[in-house]
Design a protein around this ligand. Structure first.
Ligand code: URA
Length: 188
């Protein structure tokens, strides 16, 4: 269950980021939710608080979710990487590979109907999209095969940190959120 997954992550020594991080950032939100969002990696605030999306990007994420009737009571939020990369650098391929099995198990335990992948790094790692960038991936539904029995409707979106740097992309992000809202309305 989720408690054992968290414990396994806490004792996992296969990712060097643990040495420099303060806290494991496991998740936030409602584990019963049918909507799950996966971000990239903890930053400074997340490392301090042990919760995902607590800094500036988190504030924007909360606004984005709010625009489609979602929040931390009806959405489950985690990250691809559960320890903060020093100075917020991008996680390495090795770090992603080390964390990925835990993330896949996390998805399995939550068993969402809708999976939102925020940003290029989470989208590419989870969907195994090595040749497409986030501009091509965003806003398009994919059937993500978690295992033989489980296919999850999955949509990559722009990461809120990216939108903070490139506000002109917010218009596209809004279109993507509307598509997600439509799908949420069908399952609730
Ligand atoms: N960015 C992320 O992708 N995740 C967080 O938890 C915070 C910032």
């Amino acid at each position: 269950d989720l408690d054992s997954l968290r414990k396994q992550q806490e004792v996992f020594d296969g990712c060097a980021l643990k040495k420099t991080a303060t806290n494991l950032v496991f998740s936030d939100g409602n584990a019963e939710s049918k909507v799950m969002l996966i971000g990239e990696a903890p930053g400074e605030e997340e490392d301090k608080t042990g919760k995902p999306f607590k800094g500036q990007a988190g504030k924007l994420l909360d606004k984005m979710l709010d625009a489609i009737g979602q929040n931390r009571d009806n959405t489950y939020i985690t990250n691809l990487i559960f320890w903060r990369p020093p100075g917020n650098r991008n996680p390495s391929v090795e770090e992603i590979d080390a964390c990925l099995p835990f993330v896949l198990r996390h998805i399995e335990l939550i068993n969402p109907k809708i999976l939102i992948l925020a940003g290029a790094i989470a989208a590419k790692a989870i969907l195994k999209e090595n040749n497409k960038g986030i501009i091509q991936l965003r806003g398009k539904w994919q059937n993500f095969s978690l295992n033989k029995a489980t296919i999850i409707k999955t949509m990559p979106i722009y990461h809120p940190s990216f939108l903070l740097r490139q506000p002109s992309r917010k218009r596209d992000a809004w279109e993507d959120l509307k598509k997600i809202k439509k799908e949420i309305d069908l399952i609730t």
